[in-house]
Design a protein around this ligand. Structure first.
Ligand code: SF4
Ligand code: SF4
Length: 422
């Protein structure tokens, strides 16, 4: 064993086989370095996603392209590196169309799993709402380029028996996408096609007619994710004698499912009402704020000018603002209209849709009707949001646990099954 070398990872002295890949060395020693493009059988490694960036002897480098040598000093989990990693995942979420509640890969998705482990609730970057063509033309596959993270795994790994590539990168810069060679795709066996879907770390490659047999909660990464511990970082709200916490709620462009979930907290509602009074809310039918509120809960994103007005009013009248549910956090299902020009949406809804009356020629535009925005926007792209409760809808008990902890200024551990985008 004279090919052993000495190195340190996050200050811990370890020995490893000389030349072994740093991602594997770290894993063997209990340090998890997240990756999306790294795949054992692909050699040389790709180094495309950059999530595994660490500091090697003080300089940034990707772990998956590093082979260990004597004396290396590796930093993996410093606050700066953890934040850089999280920022890259956030950029990928903002750049593509990642609607986890409607995605076939949800629960089996490597990127989603990393996001859960990093405690990611929202992206700090504005969503681009990508408009790349979804290719349904291949015989068995669908290429959903709006979810592709350009990791290059499929390009390098999937070949026909006669060595031909099935996937390739085309175009350049922000227009780069993966193209499927239809002729070569037909040569793949069923098993090889499924392998292509499996190695894609996101839900970009899909096989037609393959439904996910496993329900949510029993999929690949549902068992692997750790608990997310979060510090709510807020100060305790001071109340005067006999005073209750004042909470307001509203639903913007949402389906009211998050409010239904709020009501689902059952007997905890009694606990809630002992310490909370509701002000403006569909739950009380109070239409206007009568006082400043401690907390405002926002369901739904901003689809029209009235949503923007209500949201800004909530920001002003509520000391702490919480986005709850996927529509408030990233636009959700209503934001799926963002890929279609607004005029086309209106024409489909009022003139050409299956339910439109024959000969319909009016798109309603009365001044009392709220004007639709060009896109549906997540709330944090309109006002400052203090906290996020993900889910579609978020778990009922979880909503109350988070709201209560914010009101009481407590730090809470969040279990993975309470913290779901799907
Ligand atoms: S499950 Fe994965 S690929 Fe699908 S939308 Fe979510 S992050 Fe994107
Ligand atoms: S289709 Fe999937 S495997 Fe291929 S480059 Fe995109 S994300 Fe990677």
């Amino acid at each position: 064993m004279n090919n052993l070398i000495n190195l340190t990872i996050d200050g811990k002295k370890i020995q490893a086989e000389k030349g072994k890949n740093l991602v594997d060395v770290a894993k063997d020693n209990g340090v998890d370095i997240p990756t999306l493009c790294y795949f054992k059988s692909i050699n040389p490694t790709l180094g495309t996603c950059r999530i595994c960036t660490v500091k090697l002897n003080g300089r940034y480098t990707t772990s998956c392209t590093t082979h260990v040598t004597e004396g290396m000093d590796i930093e993996v989990n410093t606050p700066e590196l953890l934040d850089n990693r999280k920022a890259i995942i956030e950029m990928l979420y903002a750049e593509g169309n990642h609607f986890c509640p409607t995605c076939e890969k949800s629960g089996n998705c490597e990127m989603q799993s990393h996001a859960y482990n990093m405690g990611l609730t929202v992206t700090r970057y504005p969503h681009a709402f990508s408009e790349k063509t979804i290719d349904f033309a291949p015989e068995r596959m669908i290429m959903e380029s709006n979810r592709c993270i350009l990791c290059k795994r499929c390009v390098e790994e999937i070949k026909t028996k006669d060595g031909k590539s099935v996937f390739s990168f085309i175009k350049r810069g922000v227009n780069t996408r993966v193209q499927i060679d239809y002729k070569e795709e037909r040569k793949l066996s069923e098993e090889e096609a499924l392998h292509a879907m499996d190695i894609c770390p996101v839900g970009a490659i899909l096989i037609k007619g393959i439904a996910n047999e496993k329900p949510f909660g029993e999929r690949k990464y549902d068992f692997l994710n750790k608990n997310v511990h979060t510090s709510l970082n807020n100060n305790k709200i001071e109340l005067k004698e006999g005073e209750k916490f004042v909470v307001a709620t509203t639903s913007l462009a949402g389906c009211f499912g998050c409010h239904m979930s709020l009501l689902d907290i059952d007997t905890d509602l009694i606990d809630m009402l002992e310490i909370v009074e509701f002000n403006k809310s569909p739950l009380t039918d109070i239409k206007n704020f009568s006082k400043q509120c401690h907390v405002g809960l926002i369901e739904g994103g901003c689809a029209n000018d009235e949503n923007v007005h209500v949201l800004k009013d909530f920001r002003e009248k509520c000391d702490i603002l919480i986005s709850f549910g996927e529509c408030a956090i990233m636009g959700g299902i209503p934001a799926m209209r963002n890929f279609v020009p607004l005029q086309e949406c209106l024409e489909e809804a009022y003139l050409n849709g299956l339910t439109s009356e024959l000969g319909a020629d009016i798109i309603p535009a009365h001044e009392d009707i709220p004007k639709l925005l060009d896109n549906v926007y997540p709330c944090n792209e309109v006002v400052k949001i203090d906290y996020y409760i993900p889910g579609c809808p978020p778990n009922a008990q979880h909503i109350w646990k988070v709201v209560k902890s914010i009101l009481l200024g407590e730090e809470i551990p969040i279990a993975h099954d309470e913290f779901k985008y799907d």
